[in-house]
Design a protein around this ligand. Sequence first.
Ligand code: ADP
Length: 493
Amino acid sequence: MAVKIKEILKKLKIWRSLKVRLFVIIFLVGLLPCFLIKGGILQNYEDRAVAVRQSDVQNQLKIIANHLITYNYLQDTSSEVINAELEQLSNLYNGRVLIINGNLKVVKDTYGISEGKTIISEEVIKCIKGTGMANYDRNNGFIEITTPIVETVSAKMATEEIPEGTELTRGVMLTSVSTDIIVNTMDILNRKALLMEIIMFFCILVIAMVLANILIRPFDRISKAISEIKDGHVDEPISVPDYLETEHIVNAFNSLLNKMKILDDSRQEFVANVSHELKTPITSVKVLADSLLAQKDVPAEVYQEFMEDIAHEIEREDKIINDLLALVKLDKAAAELNINVVNINELAEIILKRLRPIARKNDVELLLVSTREVIAEVDEVKMSLILTNLIENAIKYNKEHGKVTVTLDADHQFFTVEVSDTGIGIPRESIERIYERFYRVDKSHSREIGGTGLGLAITRSAVLLHRGSIKVDSKPGEGSRFLVKIPLIHGAL
Ligand code: ADP
């Protein structure tokens, strides 16, 4: 049953509204005490009224029971006094009194119906034995009371078996009194309470509606503020400090907003950088071509020289575009990794072989130190990119007669590639920025030696895709040391 109700509530769209839930809770919590108080008060009144009436009647019955003995009524029912008393009692309480003698025979019935009959009921027999009792019959609206008619043995009557002072039950008074008055009062009270309940119902309804609206207002403010930001009217951080909860939501949203702003700024900066970088070689090509066109009868050697320069600029443009494409590919999901078991020592040797001519051209010595054999699960193409970029930089930013050492090592979890050089080093203030796209310590020098400013950005993305880390130590004028650390088994961490 409870599960069914839950399912129905889940389907009800309106129940998913916090405002509706608050309203229902406040309404029920407000209404419940009303019902409880009403029920409690009425029940209490009824119990109390019945108890009072019962004790009133019992007191009078006790007095009459004494009179019955005094006037010897059980033997002779002609006593005017007693009959008047009984009549008065039955009129007063709208009830009926039966006087039953010791033989269970009715000697007097104020209704005059059962006189002379014998009554054998549990209550009467119990009462004959000395225990009177009272029962409230709620459904039929009366209280039934049995009162023993007790005679105390006087000195005159006393015998050896029955000493003086013994109480003997001579008969029973079986009385039923109506509780109509109580029922009527209950009816009136009930009607008044119902009226109060209806008034309370509407009051609580209104209070619940107003409260639910007030309590939910901060959340409305948040969604309104978010909509305004979404529509582009404002881009200030939101502030709704009313509740701790709204503060948490707002803080989370503001930090997301901040992140998006940073992302947007860096995207804009990137686009500006890309345009600028791509424009530079094109401008050079245009200048070279224009100056050729402007001259008449240009000698073949000059043509040759200009064309070489143009080819060089086109090559540079091509390199930038290739680097950009590589970076874009690396920025995509990690799923793009094509993992294979690769012998890193062999891979390093191949790369070193490929770079040796450049090293020779720059008069730089290239050395590979394999501390141990390293076999790891990596994407071979991306690992080549990492090694190539680092070693190429170490060669490019070196000095004459410089040296580049590539050291391979591993422990049980990671392998490390250390590329150290004896080159120009990186200034302290630039260390943090060298992984940024298009960042170059010395722009013109880097361009001269064919750098695009994207190499380290590509390297870092590739390392991160392998869940590795990259660090750099550098002393300007003395050299730099790049340390890459990558897990031997992909997905183990
Ligand atoms: P670039 O294509 O200009 O080499 P990178 O992203 O590879 O771009 O490197 C960014 C900058 O970091 C370089 O311009 C250079 O100033 C500096 N840098 C990188 N590696 C080294 C190194 N081994 N020694 C000194 N400077 C370096």
